[in-house]
Design a binder for this molecule. Structure first.
Ligand code: PGA
Length: 258
């Protein structure tokens, strides 16, 4: 993933999922910042706290350059949507971006490609950086349907994004069978799928394909990160479990800086 070759800056994002109270988030951030050393100078770093800890995390990270992402948002600006949060609400908190279409939301909370087709451009229009998550299930992989699934997810998710803004979207390729299972994709599998995702963007705009950052996600840990991050099309990682341990996450950021 050397930046000098690809021109794309490495990107490491920690998805905290439903972990961290406000107090825990503050303590975590303090420890992370103290451990990051100079690696953070060469890598873009982001964290995705739960909604309740967003404001405290934004405040604690002020001046560090580390970005803060929400884990979901509504495509609407406001309305009768009990339990939802909109882009203007996130912006008011100083949030930089939003993760959209995580497989846990697709699987357990009814998120589908049709709503993502609205959410991704809504985030961009509001000035939030979207991280669009895509990935096949184990069954789809076994049935030889990985490419079909990715094609559908990437095309729908980016459908309403104008060509000239495609490069502003970050895509996270997260095979569902590798998330939280301790079983990461082999580096070659990550490379193959991510090159395919990049080619899908290239069907719309070759310039955007070269610019768009595509991350790998699924059981990234300090002991497997270097091999995965060393693949030419892998621009970084969306990290779940290992991102809630400040020492592990700092190690992962250092691995991306190499
Ligand atoms: P994991 O999660 O690193 O715990 O597998 C990744 C993700 O869900 O983004």
């Amino acid at each position: 993933m050397p930046e000098a070759v690809s021109g794309r800056r490495p990107y490491m994002v920690g998805n905290w999922k439903m972990h961290m109270t406000i107090a825990e988030a503050r303590a975590f951030v303090e420890e992370l910042v103290s451990r990051l050393s100079s690696a953070g100078d060469h890598v873009d770093v982001g964290v995705c706290p739960p909604y309740t800890a967003l404001a405290a995390t934004v405040e604690s990270l002020d001046g560090t350059g580390i970005e803060v992402f929400a884990q979901n948002m509504s495509a609407s600006q406001h309305g009768a949507e009990t339990g939802e949060v909109s882009a203007p609400m996130l912006l008011e908190l100083g949030v930089n971006g939003v993760v959209l279409g995580h497989s846990e939301r697709r699987r357990d909370h009814g998120e589908d490609d049709r709503s993502l087709c609205e959410k991704v451009p809504a985030a961009l229009d509001a000035g939030l950086e979207p991280i669009l998550c895509v990935g096949e299930s184990e069954q789809e992989r076994d049935n030889g349907e990985m490419q079909r699934r990715l094609r559908h997810q990437v095309r729908e998710g980016l459908q309403q994004v104008p060509d000239e803004r495609l490069g502003e979207v970050t895509i996270a390729y997260e095979p569902v069978w590798a998330i939280g299972t301790g079983r990461s994709a082999a580096p070659e599998q990550a490379q193959e799928a991510i090159a395919f995702v990049r080619a899908l963007v290239g069907d719309r705009s070759e310039e955007a394909a070269q610019r768009v950052r595509v991350l790998y996600g699924g059981s990234v840990k300090p002991d497997n990160a270097a091999d995965i991050l060393g693949q030419p099309d892998v621009d970084g990682a969306l990290v779940g479990g290992a991102s809630t341990d400040a020492s592990d996450f700092a190690e992962l950021v250092a691995a991306a800086a190499r």
